[in-house]
Design a protein around this ligand. Structure first.
Ligand SMILES: Cc1cc2nc3c(=O)[nH]c(=O)nc-3n(C[C@H](O)[C@H](O)[C@H](O)COP(=O)(O)O)c2cc1C
Length: 174
């Protein structure tokens, strides 16, 4: 898929089909995260690939705003090291890469924040000093998504040369 098309069509997916996702695709998602740029190239992240059904169910129970993790084919727990000033920015860049790589392979995903972090980290055996940024569930979408996003028009959020100066008369991406 063309990168720009992937960016424009990618929406969050919270309903997954039960079609298995090949392990190679799961690794490809992690590779996309690994390739992300980070401040000073410190790469302050670790990823835990979760693809055991029992574990996904357990984590789904600990995610108030993402119980659908239980229905995903795999999920990635993204840990970042708070000793690095830009740890959340760096981790987020890795997440975006993973999501877009997944989308390119026909996989939906969604950022889940509402997690009982301590409990999940204990289950995953993560060191207490590492911050669990998010858990991203992946899987084939269970239904067809149109890819229509609800976003502010470019004319409202971007300016030309001076803050407040109109950029476009008409915004084709609104
Ligand atoms: C930092 C962050 C936290 C989010 N937390 C959750 C969450 O806990 N549960 C959830 O279902 N979606 C969560 N989302 C997804 C947002 O609701 C979603 O990205 C936004 O509504 C745009 O969705 P769209 O791309 O499908 O239009 C989160 C997104 C971000 C960036």
């Amino acid at each position: 898929m063309e990168t720009f098309k992937a960016i424009l069509t990618k929406i969050e997916v919270r309903e997954f089909s039960q079609e298995p996702v090949p392990f190679e695709q799961q690794i490809k998602v992690l590779e996309a995260g690994r390739a992300a740029a980070s401040a000073y190239n410190r790469q302050p992240w670790n990823f835990v690939l979760i693809n055991e059904k029992k574990l996904l169910n357990k984590i789904g129970e600990l995610a108030a705003t993402g119980p659908y993790i239980a229905k995903s084919q795999f999920a990635v727990a993204v840990y970042v090291d708070p000793k690095n000033t830009f740890y959340k920015v760096d981790g987020t860049r890795a997440v975006q890469n993973m999501m877009l790589a997944g989308w390119d392979m026909g996989l939906g995903s969604c950022w889940v924040d509402g997690i009982e972090r301590e409990k999940v980290s204990q289950i995953l055996g993560a060191p207490p000093e590492m911050y669990l940024l998010t858990i991203i569930p992946f899987g084939k979408p269970s239904r067809k998504y149109k890819g229509k996003k609800s976003r502010k028009p470019l004319s409202k959020i971007a300016f030309l040369n001076n803050y407040g100066h109109n950029l476009l008369e008409e915004n084709k991406y609104s």
